[in-house]
Design a protein around this ligand. Structure first.
Ligand SMILES: *Cc1c(COP(=O)(O)O)cnc(C)c1O
Length: 377
């Protein structure tokens, strides 16, 4: 209790009282101090070891000249580039301080008390937080079982079944984090045909640039048919700009107009805007980064499988891997050796760890550390 004796919990709404802060995993700042930033192998946050296009550095340095000015509140330069890339119009675009901000805000704006939000079991953790913060009830639809071709993946039929009259919003991740799973374009089209028109469907495509499965397609092509469809993207993953916090949503202009009323006018900063625009212009860098990720992901998956671990299919820059009942001990052994992965206890997958695909040297150090910990026991 504080000196004034005010119980601030009591002043909050029910949803906020039950809300737990997003769990970012380990205290990376402390670990960097302990091991030295260059000796720590950080494979817990799905960052891109390839880094952004060299043009980004130049654009950010140039933008530094004006940091005493407020950024462009409309982000028009970046929006024009995004509109050209996706074949949409500027009023269909909404910029966010990372897509995380937008995912939270969709719930705040379109759901709330007496409503429900549906997502898949093992869906990205932010969806449940967004529901809770908005006061909405969170409904988790059962995911595909372990033996399915897409283990732990979104079962769109189960999600459609979970929609009830009170449902205002559905979150889908394609591909999904932490499972790495995806669903194909025909499945999404069939799903959209079943969803009532007044239920918003947010398709989170944070890893879309990394997906290359033959049946994978962005939901952006369905926007013209479904005004209740929203697609979110981010510059944090394939574009390697996680620190600068740039994400965006694409949707019907009328839906975006509502969101624009809630958006903070300067939610996206000037360095981020400049960086994202420069990153978009360097398609070759993006292509090389994604191709390299795919190659190293498949090599790492093979090396993990050779050690007897089950590696789930992934269309992303990470691998959900099953280490069995010793996974908690293994994970602490790895942290003690300066290798950081993401534990999956919070997702209800305690025998799994999520491994971000690193560069070749990082992946080699991970495998070496796994072998050391295994031989210890
Ligand atoms: C990383 C991630 C995001 C959020 O990224 P931002 O940095 O906030 O843009 C959104 N969805 C999924 C599934 C992610 O893995």
């Amino acid at each position: 209790m504080n000196p004034g004796g005010i119980d601030f919990e009591r002043l909050t709404s029910d949803g906020i009282r039950r809300l737990r802060a997003y769990d970012p995993g380990h205290d990376l700042i402390a670990l960097r101090q302990r091991f030295g930033a260059d000796r720590l192998v950080e494979l817990g946050s799905n960052e891109n070891p390839y880094g952004p296009s060299p043009r980004v550095r130049e654009a950010v340095l140039a933008a530094l000249a004006d940091i005493h000015r407020y950024p462009d509140p409309l982000g028009s330069g970046l929006k024009r580039a995004l509109a050209a890339k996706h074949g949409v119009t500027l009023p269909q675009l909404l910029l966010g301080n990372g897509s995380h901000e937008l995912l939270m805000q969709f719930a705040q704006v379109f759901a709330g008390l007496d409503s429900s939000i549906v997502a898949s079991q093992y869906g990205f953790a932010v969806y449940a937080l967004a529901a809770q913060a908005s006061g909405a009830r969170f409904v988790a639809a059962p995911a595909f079982p372990r033996g399915h071709a897409m283990p732990h993946g979104h079962d769109l039929d189960a999600i459609a079944t979970a929609i009830e009259p009170a449902t205002r919003l559905v979150y889908l991740a394609n591909p999904n984090n932490p499972t790495g799973t995806w669903f194909g374009a025909p499945a999404l089209a069939a799903f959209m045909a079943k969803v009532p028109g007044d239920v918003l469907v947010v398709v989170d495509e944070a890893y879309a640039e990394l997906a290359d499965a033959p049946d994978y397609a962005s939901a952006i092509s369905l926007l013209a048919r479904y005004p209740n469809l929203v697609v979110t993207r981010t510059f944090s993953k394939a574009y390697a700009l996680a620190a600068l916090r740039i994400g965006y949503a694409v949707a019907h202009p009328a839906l975006i107009a509502v969101m624009e009323r809630v958006r903070e006018s300067f939610n996206v900063n000037a360095l981020g805007l400049a960086a994202a625009e420069a990153a978009l212009a360097d398609e070759e860098h993006l292509r090389l980064g994604c191709a390299g990720n795919l190659e190293r992901r498949e090599a790492l998956a093979r090396d993990l499988r050779e050690r007897g671990y089950a590696v789930y299919p992934s269309q992303t820059n990470f691998l959900l891997t099953e280490f069995g009942p010793r996974s908690v001990a293994l994970e602490s052994g790895l942290v003690a050796r300066g290798v950081v992965l993401r534990p999956m206890v919070g997702y209800g997958l305690p025998e799994c760890l999520r491994i971000t695909v690193g560069d070749a040297a990082e992946n080699a150090r991970l495998l070496q550390a796994i072998d050391e910990v295994r031989h210890e026991h």
